[in-house]
Design a protein around this ligand. Structure first.
Ligand code: SF4
Length: 373
């Protein structure tokens, strides 16, 4: 289990070792053939800031060689805002007074028809954590309703048991996104005040359960803003390294959600600038050439336009973050505010004007033998 590796690390020592990296460490990291976790620390560190232009060029070249000039598009579909947890950064938190809503089967089909007509074939089903109403049976039913139209179904829902994941994989589930939010145990406790999510180690063990259940892809990440982003991303890389060794048939993706305004929300403890976020994305790409790197509509239009060429491979577009937000009930409270408000056609046009191709399914549309075509 990853927790056994994790428990051998100390947060403060790790933070200190990142912030004391030198220009020599960065140059060694940039030039080493096999990137190590120490190299990743150097690429994340303040010492790497003067090397940002070099890092951006490397990240661009690696991504284009591996993935071609393509951006995979997906749409989130929020199916429920019911939640039994209190997380003080989230609009769906149990103590937040809002109208709760869980989509019926007919409503899921209606939302899905809208997204299919827009061209999407990759759908990310998102819900709050409400075991009784939105549990395993609900997810099975949702996958069954979607799988004929969407070859790529991902879930971002509460952590489940290994045998429950096996059921979902057998129904056609492709991926699970499960962000640790922060690897700082005290900070985690400060933000997860009630409910099952307050159990740090149960969440930390979730990718192990997913790997054992044979899931095709696992999405990792932290919520940037809760703690030092450099240290939190180092621990994400530590987690990824462990998972890649133990569940080597599984694919992995990394996301970079920044804390966004929502009703009843706390202010971020740590603010990452756009330039620092570029550094983070480039550091990940240079560290690991195979990873899918995903950026959502939490980010602004201009940031998303510019980041396309610097290492990301996957984007959401035209998103709504409230249940039924596309067709059923457009006015329910969002989980967080969208920053890039463009519809999917505008995002697709922007991708093509940048010289890239929008990919609607997983990478199976994409010709690996001739990636720059
Ligand atoms: S972050 Fe997830 S678990 Fe926490 S309140 Fe929001 S929806 Fe619920």
């Amino acid at each position: 289990m990853f927790r056994e590796v994790f428990d051998t690390y100390d947060w403060d020592n790790t933070l200190s070792s990142i912030y004391t990296k030198t220009a020599n460490d960065v140059e060694r990291a940039l030039n080493s053939r096999q990137k190590t976790l120490e190299d990743f620390k150097a690429l994340l560190s303040p010492a790497a800031v003067p090397y940002l232009e070099t890092m951006a060029q490397m990240s661009h070249a690696i991504t284009q060689k591996r993935f071609g000039k393509t951006i995979q598009l997906y749409a989130p579909m929020y199916v429920s805002n019911e939640c039994q947890n209190i997380c003080n950064y989230c609009g769906f938190s149990f103590d937040n007074k809002l109208k709760r809503r869980t989509l019926s089967g007919i409503e899921i089909v209606q939302e899905a028809a809208y997204l299919k007509a827009k061209g999407f074939r990759h759908i990310l089903v998102v819900s709050g954590e409400a075991e009784k109403t939105v549990g395993l049976d609900y997810f099975v039913k949702t996958i069954q309703l979607l799988r004929n139209d969407f070859p790529n179904i991902s879930l971002e829902v509460q952590p489940l048991e290994e045998d429950e994941y096996r059921v979902l994989v057998s129904e056609g589930l492709y991926a699970i996104l499960v962000y640790q939010e922060t690897y700082h145990k005290d900070r985690y406790r400060d933000h997860h005040l009630k409910g099952r999510k307050s159990n740090f180690y149960y969440r930390l063990d979730t990718p192990d359960r997913l790997g054992r259940a044979g899931i095709h892809k696992i999405g990792l990440g932290v919520l940037i803003g809760l703690e030092d982003w450099r240290t939190d991303n180092f621990f994400t890389a530590l987690h990824l390294n462990y998972l890649e060794k133990h569940y080597w048939q599984t694919k992995y993706s990394i996301s970079f959600p920044r804390l966004r305004p929502a009703e009843g929300l706390i202010e971020p403890k740590v603010v990452i600038s756009d330039k620092e976020l570029v550094q983070l994305i480039c550091a990940w790409r240079i560290f690991n050439e195979e990873l899918e790197l995903s950026i959502s509509t939490r980010e602004s239009e201009s940031f998303r336009n510019n980041i396309i060429k610097l290492g990301v491979t996957t984007m959401s577009a035209g998103s709504r973050t409230n249940p039924g937000g596309y067709t059923v009930e457009e006015e329910t409270l969002e989980q967080f505010e969208i920053n890039d408000e463009r519809d999917v056609d505008a995002v697709r046009d922007m991708i093509s004007q940048s010289g890239y191709k929008a990919v609607w399914k997983d990478w199976d549309e994409f010709v690996f033998a001739n990636p720059t075509a």
